[in-house]
Design a protein around this ligand. Structure first.
Ligand SMILES: Cc1cc2nc3c(=O)[nH]c(=O)nc-3n(C[C@H](O)[C@H](O)[C@H](O)COP(=O)(O)O)c2cc1C
Ligand SMILES: Nc1ncnc2c1ncn2[C@@H]1O[C@H](COP(=O)(O)OP(=O)(O)O)[C@@H](O)[C@H]1O
Length: 292
């Protein structure tokens, strides 16, 4: 017995609202044909191999989890497929396939030779239903992983979150540091950053913190130039109304709003005063916008 399928191929980093358009169409098409749906996710985009890549939006495991809502997920390394010529690549993705869903800019095969017009012709020949999904735009700009990476690097977390369709997450295990925070009156849980991910603009963010219980807090992302000379980017979380030892625990932090850029203060006292201001501002925003 042949199991029929519908297929989509792409990087899908971030699984943003534009991706969701494609994935929802894929799921609908699978229902129409009473087939399975398969999502081929390319692990890293071309820029990664060209050496000018800012980093992924979310880890691959998270991408897979988000994609699994829409079908069976198969990760592909670009290196495995980039030298397959367009007709051969089509042969692979069209086997037992009833439908293909892609975005308007989809390219396939060696040197990205295959485009939508070739795909249309090939699909017609094999009686495969092709759905080409129009670009989703925000203020005239195409929603894309590249745009969201740029917004995150610029600190425009609100727009990045809107285009992602969810709050931008950073998370990891809390590790022990120099324990200076506690002395300053601002204990901070430090989490390691995933090396393959994009680094947000250095500064202070209002955040949700799951310990797993939900708290709000402030995250400082940066180099802490007032107290350290390092190139090591740190993610530190000061959790409001919280006083527990969470070393070794996994916490999840969601960036909500960018409050200010990281600064080098003249002395620790100026830093402490500024952190107090940050907390005041954050609590005011929480009261105005997030109180339930
Ligand atoms: C809300 C907040 C804002 C911060 N802002 C800055 C800053 O602008 N410049 C800076 O050098 N460090 C900043 N930090 C980092 C502190 O220097 C750091 O948390 C402190 O030295 C404690 O370090 P520890 O984690 O080693 O205990 C900030 C930390 C927090 C929690
Ligand atoms: N309100 C809080 N926010 C963050 N961490 C807290 C808080 N209260 C207690 N802690 C605990 O204190 C630790 C941070 O203390 P700190 O002196 O900044 O040390 P470190 O240099 O190891 O980060 C956290 O890892 C956590 O276990």
């Amino acid at each position: 017995m042949i199991f029929l399928r519908v297929v989509t191929v792409g990087v899908f980093d971030g699984v943003h609202i534009g991706h969701v358009e494609i994935l929802s169409r894929l799921k609908r098409l699978a229902e129409e044909f009473n087939s399975t749906s398969e999502i081929y996710t390319i692990v890293f985009p071309m820029e990664y191999y060209k050496g000018h890549f800012d980093g992924l939006l979310i880890p691959l495991e998270d991408r897979i989890t988000l994609l699994e809502v829409y079908g069976e997920v198969f990760p592909l390394e670009l290196n495995e497929i980039k030298d397959i010529d367009a007709s051969k690549f089509f042969e692979i993705i069209s086997k037992d396939t009833k439908g293909i869903v892609v975005g308007k800019d989809f390219r396939f095969g060696k040197n990205a030779k295959g485009d939508i017009s070739l795909l249309e012709k090939l699909c017609k020949k094999k009686n495969i239903k092709l759905e080409v999904v129009n670009d989703l735009t925000e203020n005239g700009k195409r929603v894309s992983s590249t745009l969201i990476r740029k917004l995150i690097k610029e600190g425009n977390i609100k727009l990045a979150n809107k285009l992602l369709g969810r709050a931008y997450p950073v998370y990891g295990k809390v590790y022990k540091d120099k324990q200076l925070g506690r002395k300053l009156g601002f204990p901070t849980a430090n989490i390691r950053r995933h090396k393959e991910l994009v680094i947000p603009k250095f500064g202070v963010y209002l955040s949700k913190v799951y310990t797993p219980k939900l708290y709000f807090g402030l995250v400082n992302i940066g180099l802490r130039p007032t107290v350290e000379k390092t190139k090591n980017v740190k993610y530190e979380v000061y959790i409001f109304d919280f006083n527990e030892n969470i070393y070794g625990k996994e916490i999840r932090v969601e960036l909500l709003e960018f409050l200010r850029a990281e600064e080098k203060f003249k002395n620790i006292n100026d830093l402490i005063n500024r952190m107090k201001e940050d907390e005041k501002l954050a609590k005011k925003i929480l009261e105005e916008k997030y109180a339930s």
